[in-house]
Ligand binder design. Structure first.
Ligand SMILES: Cc1cc2nc3c(=O)[nH]c(=O)nc-3n(C[C@H](O)[C@H](O)[C@H](O)COP(=O)(O)O)c2cc1C
Length: 175
């Protein structure tokens, strides 16, 4: 078990995976972290479709333009249920925010378990919804490939590309 900041530092976008299945119990542990995520008014407008098998997996891979995604043994399609999500009085739908929080729980729980992930949003969402036969109120937010990593990222180089804290934080007012 890593301390929290070390865990956050160790998570990275993995784009190359070992040809090794994930134990079901480990995958369920990662998904449990998504289940426990907070959501607006606790609406939990979440649906995670876990894809491990052919030919469905290949059809999801075709929804993305980069072939590395096929190296992951598992693809989680994180979806939002717009019939359940909370809308603020100005109409703002909080569905994607809720799904994003749960996805982040997945990426961190995976990193804590020796697994790696990558957010993938640059996919053809209409094609993906068609492949999965999603009803109109369910939208795919991201594809999360997950597996044992086959690469070895340079953490300090990656972290050096982050903006400094004083560029993203201002105290006691905008500035
Ligand atoms: C909302 C979101 C969408 C992303 N979509 C993609 C994507 O479609 N393809 C991809 O290779 N990486 C994608 N990424 C990964 C980012 O490129 C990556 O998080 C960023 O470059 C920082 O690198 P790191 O995650 O290794 O720290 C996405 C990340 C986020 C948060």
């Amino acid at each position: 078990m890593k301390d929290f900041l070390s865990l956050v530092e160790s998570r990275y976008s993995c784009r190359s995976f070992q040809n090794k299945p994930i134990e079901t119990a480990l995958l369920e542990k990662v998904l449990e972290a998504a289940r426990l995520a907070p959501s607006a008014v606790n609406a939990q407008p979440l649906k995670f479709i876990v894809v491990t098998q052919s030919p469905l997996k290949e059809k999801i891979v075709e929804c993305y333009y980069r072939p590395w995604i096929s190296t992951a043994p598992v693809l989680i399609i994180a979806c939002g249920d717009h019939s359940q999500s909370w809308r603020r009085s100005d109409g703002k739908d909080h569905c994607d925010i809720d799904v994003a929080i749960a996805i982040d729980h997945i990426t961190l729980a995976a990193a804590d378990s020796g697994l790696a992930t990558c957010w993938v949003c640059k996919f053809n969402a209409m094609q993906c919804a068609g492949v999965l036969k999603l009803p109109a109120h369910i939208s795919p937010v991201a594809i999360i490939p997950i597996g044992y990593p086959a690469d070895n990222p340079n953490d300090s180089e990656r972290h050096s590309k982050r903006k400094p804290l004083n560029e993203i934080v201002s105290w006691n007012g905008f500035g």
